[in-house]
Design a protein around this ligand. Sequence first.
Ligand code: SAM
Length: 253
Amino acid sequence: MTKKPTSRGPARVPGKASTVRSTSASASTAKSPSGSTRSLTVTLRKSHKKTTSQQAWLARQLNDPYVVAAKAQGWRSRAAFKLIELDDKFKLIKPESRVVDLGAAPGGWTQVAIKRGALEVVGVDLLPMDKIAGAKLIEGDFNDPEMPGILTGLLGGKADLVLSDMAPNTTGHAATDHLRIIALAEMALEFAMEILAPGGAFVAKVFQGGTEKDMLAPMKKHFAVVRHAKPPASRKESSELYVVATGFRGGRA
Ligand code: SAM
């Protein structure tokens, strides 16, 4: 059972300080950014069932201050902090906002939108999600031709904010993965322009690497302001970043 989120305001994220040695038996202590001394090294017993990359992933999770903070604060994903940081910067979620969260599972962004006081929030994902108080959740593909009608019906009108943290299953081949995520983001943009009210905003995950620039021309045409942002919670080693388009000019669909 997931804890209810405890943070109303900006992200309370501990500084990045810890490291994990996946096969070490020792624990060490170090000073956190707040100055307190605490044990920081999480150790894993050598597992013969896990591959090296699985062990590395687990070690990274255990050492990630955003993962730890998400758990402590009741967010369903570390990704929740990315939306918190984007919203702190761009003031996207307003009390009157009708919000659509595309690729919502497991629900971190939907939780944030609710917690930050949006009027209506609908989350859509291919995967099933546990209920989130105050939100409406749809299990399905956002590309379903009936989805725009279903969403505007559930929202009680057009959307003020369309969020897309969608990611396709990765193939491990960087160029292919990049093309797939850009294709998804472009479809999300088309979808957003169909259901956004004039003045609305669109946020989507893209990956650096060239083709995300193709999205800029239509975005600049249909939105007053288009910016790129890499929230601190987005891992530095990842080429992930977000496009934030505000001031939808309307006139589509
Ligand atoms: N923002 C989420 C959070 O905070 O919990 C995490 C989203 S996760 C990175 C990306 C999600 O996009 C996955 O759950 C995946 O199932 C979903 N997704 C990918 N393609 C989709 C599609 N065509 N329709 C709906 N959801 C999709």
